[in-house]
Design a protein around this ligand. Structure first.
Ligand code: GDP
Length: 290
């Protein structure tokens, strides 16, 4: 990681270590304080920030810097390794035939993410199809259809059918020539029992290879309950953080990652189908600290 990625105040603090060959506890405390400030501002959960702080402090003071390494480079390397450990690696997504189920509350960005992912897979040379099973939100069908048209990917939905499980089954049949099936589901405003029952039924019907939880970047610690519920009901393999083009940094989603033992798959960075990035630790770390 280049120092530029770390945010200006942290960079400044690390630069005060320049020229020092030994590092003091006060030096490390200063660095850790800067990191804490940024991460808490980015909505990262306090306990995660504290664990990270302890590891950085312990390692910076206990590990012997390799010969010729300055105190600054030694701490920088540890800070970076610990931050990568915090945000995790990217969710494994083999470029092969698969079924992906999307979960999340209403408004989290599921439908948008479904079309974006389909666009992403199509650019990788696969043939995706989006299946819209959201019969709850008025307009979900039209929205998904239009976005899939823009993404130039196959779409299945049935505005006259109100059984999402039937739509899911019919959709898989109707799009059997596609390689990647992305099944969008209904959300609710809150974690209501009927939402969980419905997504469990869809999960059983489509038997996905992976289930991804879509979270708005602005989610704070509400991520914890959502993540736990979805994890307990269908199992979460990865997280998509939407709306990272806004002011929110997405640190709350790390709570969900931690809660589900999963990783981050994609980042949503706008309203159009191309506004999707594969998660990659160092870019996300710069965002969190920036
Ligand atoms: P769903 O109810 O979970 O399917 O959510 P939608 O996909 O309908 O998204 C809810 C709103 O958020 C819509 O107005 C989307 O255009 C918007 N949205 C989704 N993802 C993004 C994003 O990455 N950036 C921005 N700016 N808006 C987004």
């Amino acid at each position: 990681m280049v120092l530029d990625d770390l945010g200006s105040s942290l960079r400044g603090t690390l630069d005060t270590l320049r020229g020092k060959s030994r590092i003091s506890e006060e030096d490390v405390d200063e660095v850790v304080k800067e990191i804490q400030r940024s991460l808490l501002q980015a909505d990262v959960e306090v306990s995660l920030v504290m664990d990270l702080s302890d590891s950085i402090k312990e390692r910076s003071l206990e590990e012997e810097p390799p010969g010729g390494t300055t105190a600054r480079d030694h701490v920088l390397r540890i800070v970076y390794e610990e931050l990568v450990d915090l945000v995790g690696e990217s969710t494994d997504l083999p470029l092969e035939s698969q079924t992906i189920l999307l979960a999340g509350l209403q408004g989290s960005g599921k439908t948008t993410s479904a079309a974006k992912m389909a666009w992403w897979f199509s650019k990788k040379g696969l043939r995706p199809a989006v299946i819209q099973t959201d019969t709850f939100r008025p307009g979900a069908y039209d929205q998904a259809k239009q976005m899939c048209e823009r993404a130039e990917v196959e779409f299945y939905g049935d505005p006259d059918e109100d059984d999402p499980v039937k739509i899911a089954r019919d959709g898989l049949d109707a799009t059997e020539d596609a390689d990647v099936h992305i099944v969008d589901t209904a959300g609710r405003h809150a974690l209501e029992d009927d939402l969980i029952d419905e997504i469990e039924d869809i999960d059983r019907a489509v038997d996905p290879d992976r289930s991804l939880l879509v979270l708005d970047a602005a989610i704070g610690q509400g991520a914890k309950d959502q993540a736990r519920q979805f994890e307990d009901s269908i199992g979460i393999d990865g997280v998509i953080i939407s709306k990272l083009d806004g002011t929110a940094k997405g640190g709350g989603a790390l709570t969900a990652v931690n809660e589900t033992g999963s990783t981050i798959a994609f980042l949503g960075t706008g309203e159009t189908v191309q506004d999707i990035e594969r998660f990659e630790p160092s870019g996300f770390i710069s965002r969190l600290l920036g």
